[in-house]
Write a protein that binds this ligand. Structure first.
Ligand code: ATP
Length: 433
């Protein structure tokens, strides 16, 4: 039986991954329990508490399904933040064979991919649950069923074909009850050492450019820290090197974090194809030089294939990434990666596909070498000193302060789903670290 759970926490406490870790440990007495999955869903969903995460795992417990369901129901009722307005738990119990039919696979795939990229309704979810004949349980408005079913879908697809979707790992350590709400005790020097010993197999533990440790939350939730990476071995090696307050428990998750699964690629984007709360990779051309606006955010428009434009923004928290953005100029061909909110693309990374190195200038006088002035509308250019005349502007090749390739926001500003460039195999990558 595959169990998916979502929406049990609030900003004031708890974390669905913690509930998952408690259940995985507890349910081992009923049968084998798999490595749990942590799926991040559409990062633009307004109802999310933090990272729009949901979890799933499998318990092989032939004959004890009802007992297992009862344990899950009890823990969800006990540990969910039910008094908080935005907490609406959902649990899905999926009974899926190792070999699934093509129709089932399509249904699961469709639901998971929509949950990562689009905005689903509870009606979509009830109808998919009915098609798949999955049992479920929810509390309050039961919105968590959306994430819970998406997490079960990811589990099935990924269990049956491990490379069906790109995936990474996160090892999360949880705090003892008596320490929650207090400042986290973590020896920072040991974290830098662990990072140096295991990067790039682990990533987003520290942010070198901003001199910050980024693997621990600052909220009152039970998470002490999470080590992310591509290799479970490297993650455990890093974990051994880190000195911190004693943990209550730890759990390794297989996850879609750091995979860019939320991005919808659009090579010929038009205004009509772009929707709020969706994330894209958009090919376009910079059509005005970037400018810095109030708050330190940097904005510029790119042209779309229908000759419309869309504004891109690098927010202040993206720190040094904005310096790169400020160096773009009209005519640069780029791919912008990010989410559309209020009609603007919030940048997570960009690829500079082709720099515009051509500049038109007033021509220089052949005699004195000085810049010529306009001689009037449509009358070319004239040197005031020498009286020489030229009909057109001069086209010169300029040197740019940036190179072509991929650039990204730094780890301090990274979204869970954004693929760090250290994981990208393309040429000309400029990872931020
Ligand atoms: P945490 O990361 O701490 O678990 P969270 O950020 O995951 O918190 P939730 O409390 O789980 O936030 O709230 C997200 C809600 O949005 C859930 O009810 C989930 O079912 C729902 N949801 C997730 N993805 C979508 C989607 N694509 N469309 C509509 N609703 C969604």
């Amino acid at each position: 039986m595959i169990i998916g759970i979502d929406d049990t926490d609030s900003r004031k406490g708890m974390c669905t991954t913690y509930l998952c870790a408690v259940l995985v440990d507890e349910l081992r007495e009923y049968g084998d329990v798999s490595t749990p999955r942590l799926v991040r869903l559409n990062p633009c969903i307004p109802f999310k508490t933090r990272g729009n995460g949901a979890i799933s795992f499998e318990v092989v417990c032939a004959g004890k399904e009802e007992e297992v369901k009862e344990v899950v129901r009890t823990r969800v009722c006990e540990l969910s933040e039910l008094n908080e307005e935005g907490t609406n738990p959902g649990v899905v119990f999926g009974c899926v064979l190792d070999i699934i039919s093509y129709a089932e696979e399509e249904t699961l795939k469709h639901f998971y991919e929509r949950a990562v990229r689009e905005v689903l309704t509870l009606e979509d979810t009830y109808s998919t649950l009915a098609d798949l004949q999955f049992d479920y349980f929810g509390l309050k408005n039961r919105r968590g069923l959306i994430g819970a079913l998406a997490a079960v879908s990811f589990f099935v697809l990924q269990r049956n074909q491990p490379n069906y979707y790109d995936f990474t790992y996160e090892l999360i350590e949880y705090r003892k009850k008596q320490n929650r709400g207090k400042a986290r005790v973590i020896d920072e020097a040991s974290v830098w050492k662990a990072d140096a010993a295991t990067y790039p197999l682990t990533w987003d533990t520290v942010d070198v450019a901003n001199n910050k440790i980024v693997f621990a939350p600052h909220s009152p939730c039970p998470v002490l820290f999470g080590i992310r990476g591509d290799s479970a071995d490297a993650i455990y090696r890093a974990d051994k090197l880190i000195h911190a307050e004693p943990e209550e428990r730890k759990m390794l998750f297989i996850t879609n974090q750091g995979t860019d699964s939320h991005l919808i690629p659009l090579y010929a984007a038009t205004k009509a194809k772009l929707h709020e709360f969706h994330s894209y990779s958009l090919v376009g051309e910079v059509c005005s030089n970037p400018k810095t606006i109030e708050g330190g955010h940097v904005v510029f428009p790119i042209s779309l294939s229908d000759s419309g434009t869309i504004e891109c923004i690098a927010y202040e928290p993206t720190k040094g990434f904005r310096n790169l953005i400020r160096k773009l100029r009209v005519g640069d061909e780029i791919t912008a990666f990010g989410s559309q909110k209020k009609g603007t693309i919030n940048l997570e990374k960009i690829e500079i596909r082709k720099l515009n190195v051509v500049e038109e200038r007033n021509p220089r006088c052949g005699k004195c070498g000085r810049s010529m002035d306009s001689a009037g509308r449509l009358q070319g250019y004239r040197c005031k000193r020498c009286g020489t005349h030229r009909a057109h502007k001069e086209v010169v090749t300029i040197k740019r302060q940036i190179e072509e390739g991929f650039y990204e926001t730094p780890p301090v500003a990274r979204r869970h789903l954004s693929k760090p460039l250290v994981r990208v195999t393309a040429k000309r990558i400029h990872p931020s670290r």
